[in-house]
Design a protein around this ligand. Structure first.
Ligand code: BTN
Length: 233
């Protein structure tokens, strides 16, 4: 595994994308700051000093379960944050919250060439030492704001170890390999939620997360399975 460290990048995901063909499988790119950090749905990810910003580039040969790798990463970060004392939970599909405030977001991107998959990039932003996240665009919190101390390096090592302990199994079996521990940290079963999914919103009661990693909602029209979207709670 190769680790590349930068004081500043535009975005670790953007770097991984433009350098993908030159980088080995399992390369980690870390930046202390990002000048153009990106979030899901074209949002900005404010990336001042104090957060942990990294992208993990993977070049898996089995591509059946790529979306589930993001869920694995979310589960691993959540586990690490709990080890450091935060009451972290998962908000499907891959956000991590403490007291309903966001502490980690994950942006995953896949790169394809005419020959197939070139790489998968799992970009992770964890709020560690920031003291002011009022610009985040949504309620957000850092470990420091929770009164918790963490060394970025140790936290990263812990996350990466958890990830690779489960990586091969998720590549082979998909979400089912991590469904039980994921559900144990998912506090929304039985709750009424709204899913924003492009132009269309869906409202319903959360029944479960399927063995494929999809959110199962009970709606007036019946049960539906959702693969992607933003859960509003
Ligand atoms: C989200 O919740 O919208 C996802 C945020 C992902 C942020 C991380 S920080 C490291 C990597 N580089 C980026 O530009 N974005 C991801």
């Amino acid at each position: 595994m190769q680790i590349l460290r930068f004081d500043e990048l535009d975005s670790t995901n953007a770097y991984a994308k433009r350098s993908c063909s030159l980088l080995a499988d399992k390369t980690i790119i870390i930046a202390q700051r990002q000048s153009a950090g990106r979030g899901r749905l074209d949002r900005k990810w404010i990336s001042q000093e104090g957060g942990l910003y990294f992208s993990l580039l993977l070049k898996p040969s089995c591509t059946d379960f790529l979306p589930n790798l993001t869920q694995l990463m979310a589960l691993c970060v959540c586990g690490s944050l709990r080890k450091w004392g935060a009451d972290a939970v998962l908000k499907w599909p891959n956000d991590i919250l403490v007291n309903r405030q966001k502490i980690c977001g994950i942006l995953s991107e896949a790169l394809f060439s005419p020959n197939g998959l070139q790489g998968v990039i799992l970009g992770v932003g964890i709020n560690i030492k920031q003291t002011d996240l009022s610009q985040a665009g949504q309620p957000a919190v850092s470990l420091k704001m929770l009164g918790l101390d963490a060394d970025e390096e140790n936290l990263l090592n812990d996350v990466i170890k958890r990830f690779f302990d489960n990586y091969e199994e998720v590549l082979q079996k998909g979400f089912d390999a991590i469904r039980a521990p994921y559900l144990a940290l998912f506090p929304y079963l039985g709750k009424q939620v709204k899913i924003k999914n492009g132009a269309q919103d869906v409202t319903g009661e959360v029944q479960t997360i399927s063995p494929e990693g999809k959110l199962v909602l009970k709606t007036p029209e019946g049960f539906i399975e959702i693969s992607i979207g933003d859960m509003m709670v």
